[in-house]
Design a protein around this ligand. Structure first.
Ligand code: GLN
Length: 185
């Protein structure tokens, strides 16, 4: 969360942490960060954020989901925990912990549609996108290795998601792409 706040601050965004329904109601856009998607969904329900999140996404709130945040935005999850809930809204199927034990965390330079030059992408027990619905644009795919071709960044209107952690490493271009695609800059 701290790194996302810093990435947004570098872009001049007035960003704040959202932990309560009243804080959610006050924002014009949201980042769902990485972490543990099952825990995050449970906490969101416990803190009465899950239904408000669903309502705001349905009403068109721009949301960037990264890693576990991508899972939370997905309409469908493969290899989820039993009964794992998501916020949903993004018409994709994600596979949790998709890259497997051997290479579960790795870094790779990726081409991302809409970003000039390669993006250094950090994957940490990341999901990949198994299937995209018709209205979803693919922004990036793994370029090398056994997972080559796997979809790792997508956009559907105001919703954008990455398998990797764009907040790591001081590069705000993914956040800038999210904001411009959502019509916020
Ligand atoms: N593996 C985590 C999950 O399933 C995601 C990891 C991450 O966000 N870096 O939620």
């Amino acid at each position: 969360m701290r790194e996302h706040l810093a990435a947004l601050a570098r872009l001049g965004v007035d960003a704040a942490a959202v932990r309560r329904p009243a804080e959610l109601a006050a924002v014009h856009a949201l980042v769902l960060p990485g972490g543990e998607s099952t825990t995050m969904a449970k906490l969101a329900r416990t803190f009465e954020l899950l239904e408000p999140l669903r309502a705001r996404v349905a009403a068109g709130l721009p949301v960037l989901g990264t890693c576990a945040g991508m899972i939370l935005l997905a309409d469908r999850v493969e290899d989820g925990a039993v009964g794992q809930e998501t916020v949903g809204g993004l018409d994709i199927t994600v596979r949790r912990n998709a890259f497997g034990r051997q290479v579960d965390s790795f870094e790779e330079d990726l081409q991302v549609a809409g970003v000039d030059g390669p993006v250094h992408a950090v994957f940490i027990r990341a999901p990949w996108v198994e299937h995209v619905g018709e209205g979803v644009d693919v922004l990036a795919q793994v370029e090398a290795g056994p997972a080559a071709g796997r979809i790792v960044a997508v956009r559907q209107g105001p919703l954008m998601a990455t398998s990797f952690h764009p907040e790591v490493g001081g590069d705000s271009r993914i956040h800038a792409l999210f904001l411009s695609g959502a019509g916020l800059t």
